[in-house]
Design a protein around this ligand. Sequence first.
Ligand SMILES: *Cc1c(COP(=O)(O)O)cnc(C)c1O
Length: 294
Amino acid sequence: MNLNTNQIKLHSILDLCTNLNRADVLRLDLIHPIVSGNKWFKLKYQIEEAIALKHSTIATFGGAFSNHIVATAFACKVVGINSIGYIRGEEQKSLSHTLQQAVEFGMQLKFLNRTDYNHKEKIKLSENKFYWIEEGGYSILGAKGASEILQQVDTKEYSHILCSCGTGTMIAGLITGALPHQKSIGFSALKGNSDLEQNVLKIIPDTCKKKSFEIIHDYHFGGYAKHPKELLKFMNIIYNKTQLPTDIVYTSKLIYGVIDLCNQNYFSKESRLLIIHSGGLQGNLSLPKGTLSF
Ligand SMILES: *Cc1c(COP(=O)(O)O)cnc(C)c1O
């Protein structure tokens, strides 16, 4: 499976960041309008393994607005493998945009109430003919794929690599791929996810476990997928000033956090930031029309 990686480019937001030398956003969102940039990278080796092991079906888990679900549906369609998405929560009268897209890409949906969803391991055991991908693509292979994000442009001059975190798979890959002088900083999109650091360490190679990284838990805006008016307003301001589109779940909170840390002089003046835009823009379709100016 090949990515449309020639679309990826850098987008400076230095105007928004005080006291810095450089602040570039790596636009993985440009790979595809629906399939999130980081999801392609995380799925790559898992899908290759499913094919090598001759599985005809890939199954995975996610919520009704999950970027991972739609990306898995699309990637499976591209390589010609069946896909099944186990969706958290009862089936609603109308499908979310995300799930409609997944169905259009050929994914079969199965809805699980929250109790069953919390017993994922049981479902995996009973359906052991499928190749299973964890929720959010969390795995060693997912992190290995994400490490290739840093091969898309020349990254050696950056001092910090910053990204949003859900499961922590992407930052695990970034830590793995970072150079010795670089620090990776993750902004958790979940509230109080105290397991995140440990989950990151579990999927990086032993030789990388001492590399410099930090997870910041202060910019979740009330919790996962919560998007108060203040955040939506911020997204419009950022777009109007720099033409950078962000999503309501991950990248808007990341950019907000980065700018806030700059204002607090968290970074030294010589710092050169590489901020990963991990995509997710399809999630904005869940907002009422006209909420965002892009
Ligand atoms: C899934 C997702 C993330 C979180 O990635 P993890 O590897 O789960 O930490 C961040 N940004 C976007 C846009 C995503 O879709």
